[in-house]
Structure formats: structure tokens, C-alpha cells
Write a new protein. Structure first.
Length: 317
């Protein structure tokens, strides 16, 4: 039996969604799932279709084909949507002359919620000291928190945040990471978009990478990093020529990167140490190169662009 939060499944299912705006194909068979207990990063270059997908999930844009389910049902059929999914799409979408608390009260009333829920979410996002100030005077980071407070009003099992790291200072970053981690710990789910992979490196468990309206990779962060590590090893030695000869004979591809440094590929760090040890070649440092999520992302999106280039030519476009 699938776990539910207050009777609602913590999932979003996006199935083969297509959406055009005139001649622009914004979504082209977008398919992925957001699962409970995980922060799912939604990442891709500008114009990749992240915001459009989020708007389609919330029923704000109608797809030309495909379907989207929130907790197993279409958003439009939810009678009290805030209790099923909370969303922050645009942190600046608020009435500047209203206080933060009034902004939330106004939203709460529209969904049959009250003061109790409003005060609870204000505490949850740490805005209690400024809740009576005009929202128009808020910094971007404070607006993001206010937007999250609004998204939390119905205590939903699923949250969807568009670029929530935008404009955050280091303290804001730390808060956002901690908040996302504790939210999903309870078996809830988050979809969080960003065009910077580095922002997601320490927050997301899973990433859906998109390019030109479709999914390029759908993988755990751990697997993504492992897939692009390339097994590159850096070596520091006073005996560069000898080391290069030994490692080449052991099957490595080697190149000199400085007077006493060598880059080694096709051989992992342990085998490099074993080969050098067996031939008594001295070395002072061996380090395995670990790919960053940003590198993995650049590699994936570059391939996506190349693939599309070929596909477009074949289609005569
Ligand atoms: N209302 C609209 N009218 C026309 N074109 C649109 C509209 N909304 C989106 N598009 C186009 O659809 C494509 C996808 O846009 P979308 O905003 O979904 O991408 P994104 O991944 O969110 O990008 P960003 O990171 O810049 O926000 C882009 O080419 C964009 O110009």
C-alpha cells in the first residue's frame, strides 16, 4: 500500500506532455515522476521548459497532449488544491502594500483556511518578527520565504518551487536546504527548479535534467556523478618520464600537465598506485578526479543540444 500524507499521495506524474506557443515547441514529450521522500531537482538551461511544465502541473497552461497527475489525479479535479500541492512560481506575485500576514490571511480565506494555519506557516518559515511589515519592503530572500509560507498553508504532501534559490544570501541558502530536507523527511515530495546545477548539488536527491522541452536525464544525484567521473587521476611525481612509461604499459592514457604532474585516464587511482609501487616509481600525490554536478550537467545538456541539432536537420527544419 502506497504511503499517503493525510490521504493524498506525495507524487507528481508528468506523462508525455507537449505544449506549443505559436511556432515555439516549449514541451516535447516531457515525462518524469516526482516521488515521495525526495527532493527532485528540475534543471535545464533557460527556455528548456521548466516553468511551462510547472504551469501545466498547476493547470495554468493546458497541454496540447499528455497528462499530469498530482497525487494521482489532475490538478483541476482537486477541490482544495492547496491541501494537495503547494507552489511558489513567482515570489514577486504579491500585493506590496499588504502586510505579509494579511497576504497569507487573504490566501488562506480563499481556500477555507484560517488564522491558525497562517500563524503556523509564518513560524515555520521564520518570518514571525516581520510578518506585520509590508510585503513590498521585503528582500527577495524574505519574499521567497513568504512564498513558501503561502505554499505550505494547506499542509500539502507535495511542494513545487520555481527557482527558490534565486537571490538568497548564504544564510538563506542554508535555511532553504534545511527546510527542503526536513520537508521530505516526513515522506513528502518536492520538485524544485533551478538553472544552476550547483544550487542543487547539496539539496536534491534526484535530478530531472531537461533540454528543449524534454527529459535528458532522470537519475539520482549519486548515479549522475558516478556516470561522469571518467576515472581521471592526477599524479604528482619527480619521475614523470618513468611514471608515464610505467602507466602507459599498464594500459593508461597519460599526459603531462606540468613539470611534476601527470593526468591519467583509463586506470583508477588504486591501479595507478599499484603500478607505480610495483616498479618503485616515487610519487608524492595521487588524487582521483571527482566530477561536480555542474560538470555532469554541462555534459548532458551539451549532448541534448547536439542531438536536437541533428534531429532538426533531419526533419528539414
Ligand atoms: N506564454 C508564452 N508565450 C510564448 N512562448 C512561451 C510562453 N511561455 C514560454 N514560452 C517559450 O517556451 C519555451 C520554454 O519556456 P520556459 O519558461 O518554460 O523555460 P524555462 O526552462 O522555465 O526557462 P527559464 O530558466 O528561463 O525560466 C521558451 O522558448 C519560451 O520562450
Amino acid at each position: 500500500m502506497e504511503r499517503t500524507i493525510d490521504g493524498s499521495r506525495a507524487t507528481i506524474e508528468v506523462r508525455n506532455v507537449g505544449k506549443r506557443f505559436g511556432s515555439t515547441r516549449a514541451l516535447d514529450g516531457m515525462t518524469f515522476e516526482v516521488r515521495p521522500g525526495q527532493v527532485t531537482g528540475f534543471v535545464g538551461p533557460n527556455g528548456a521548459g521548466k516553468s511551462t511544465t510547472m504551469r501545466v502541473i498547476l493547470g495554468l497552461d493546458r497541454p496540447d497532449r499528455g497528462e499530469v497527475l498530482v497525487g494521482g489525479v489532475p490538478y483541476r479535479s482537486l477541490r482544495t488544491p492547496l491541501k494537495h500541492i503547494g507552489a511558489l512560481l513567482d515570489a514577486s506575485a504579491l500585493q506590496p502594500s499588504r502586510s505579509a500576514r494579511h497576504h497569507l490571511l487573504w490566501l488562506a480565506h480563499s481556500q477555507g483556511l484560517g488564522v491558525r494555519e497562517v500563524d503556523a506557516v509564518i513560524r515555520r518559515v521564520g518570518l514571525q518578527d516581520v510578518a506585520r511589515r509590508k510585503a513590498g519592503s521585503f528582500s527577495l530572500g524574505m519574499r521567497q520565504r513568504l512564498g513558501i509560507a503561502a505554499a505550505l498553508l494547506g499542509d500539502p504532501p507535495v511542494l513545487m518551487l520555481d527557482e527558490p534559490f534565486n537571490g538568497l544570501d548564504p544564510e538563506g541558502f542554508r535555511w532553504m536546504r534545511g527546510f527542503l530536507a526536513s520537508f521530505v523527511e516526513q515522506g513528502r515530495a518536492v520538485l524544485v527548479s533551478s538553472h544552476l546545477m550547483s544550487e542543487l548539488q547539496d539539496s536534491a536527491h534526484h535530478v530531472v535534467v531537461v533540454g528543449r522541452g524534454r527529459v535528458v536525464a532522470d537519475t539520482s544525484v549519486r548515479e549522475l556523478l558516478a556516470s561522469v567521473s571518467h576515472g581521471r587521476v592526477s599524479l604528482r611525481t619527480s619521475a614523470t618520464t618513468e611514471a608515464m612509461n610505467v602507466l602507459a604499459r599498464a594500459g593508461a592514457t597519460v599526459s603531462s600537465t606540468g613539470s611534476d604532474t601527470i593526468s591519467v585516464s583509463d586506470l583508477d587511482a588504486e591501479d595507478v598506485v599499484a603500478a607505480l609501487g610495483a616498479h618503485a616509481v616515487p610519487f608524492s600525490e595521487v588524487s582521483a578526479h571527482r566530477a561536480s554536478l555542474e560538470e555532469a550537467y554541462m555534459e548532458l545538456t551539451r549532448d541534448a543540444v547536439q542531438y536536437r541539432g541533428v534531429a532538426d536537420e533531419e526533419a528539414g527544419r
